[in-house]
Ligand binder design. Structure first.
Ligand code: AP5
Length: 210
């Protein structure tokens, strides 16, 4: 594959995690999701997790320096390439990233606010393997078990309507400016997140192998 330093950009619920799992399965990149790493820190009640939990439950961003310190070593250790999911999310994070890694391509998955709310209120996630489901197309109402690993399905604490609204506001204010930031660097590719997940994935394959 030609491109091995990859960033997934997009609002909450655009499908970054869904696409990330398929991309790393196919290409063997290291999947670095700052949201997943933070949720693990919260579950283990580490110092970072205790600090991050308050920001995450409100839908606010965790302070830049904590995130940069958390992710930098993981990126530098990813010898076979990396897929960044949820990082960078602010201009300060993007500038820091640019100081310790090169980026081959930024996959920007766009999705409007109303669809984000619809998707996130109906999302369920497996506690065991992290598989992502949605009540609108691949999970029956009342089903609580993961079809892949048998783990327990749960609803994320930040997938409540008021928190989702705050997350989207913050995306527009702090993260959307990165679209122009990476466009200026000539590495941005934009995908329509409203398309089915197979179609989005096949477009990503075309971009990554071009
Ligand atoms: P994080 O975990 O990164 O959340 P997010 O960016 O808000 O993204 P989501 O995981 O909610 O959505 P997604 O785009 O992965 O969508 P998914 O594939 O699940 O961050 C959480 C929090 O951590 C932040 O709010 C912040 O507090 C903190 N944080 C993390 N990174 C940080 C950073 N860098 N700096 C500061 N703070 C940070 O899909 C959503 C649903 O839609 C699923 O149900 C799925 O099945 C469905 N779906 C997916 N694709 C499609 C499709 N094409 N069509 C129909 N349905 C689809």
């Amino acid at each position: 594959m030609a491109r091995t330093h990859v960033v997934l950009l997009g609002p909450p619920g655009a499908g970054k995690g869904t696409q990330a799992k398929q991309i790393v399965d196919k290409y063997g990149l290291t999947h670095l999701s700052t949201g997943d790493i933070l949720r693990d820190e919260v579950a283990r009640a580490t110092d970072l997790g205790k600090t991050a939990k308050e920001f995450m439950n409100r839908g606010d961003l965790v302070p830049d320096q904590l995130i940069i310190d958390m992710i930098r070593g993981r990126i530098e250790a990813a010898d076979a390439g990396f897929l960044l999911d949820g990082f960078p999310r602010t201009t300060a994070q993007a500038e820091a990233l640019g100081r310790f890694a090169t980026i081959d391509v930024v996959l920007n998955i766009g999705l409007a606010r109303d669809e984000v709310v619809r998707r996130l209120t109906s999302r369920r996630v497996c506690k065991g393997c992290g598989e992502i489901y949605n009540l609108t197309f691949n999970l029956a109402e009342g089903e609580t078990t993961c079809a892949k690993c048998g783990g327990e399905l749960y609803q994320r604490d930040d997938d409540k309507t008021d928190v989702i609204a705050n997350r989207y506001d913050i995306y527009e204010r702090s993260t959307a400016p990165l679209i122009d930031y990476y466009k200026r660097q000539g590495v941005l590719r934009t995908l329509d997140g409203l398309a089915g997940s197979e179609k989005v994935f096949s477009e990503i394959i075309d971009i990554l192998t071009a």
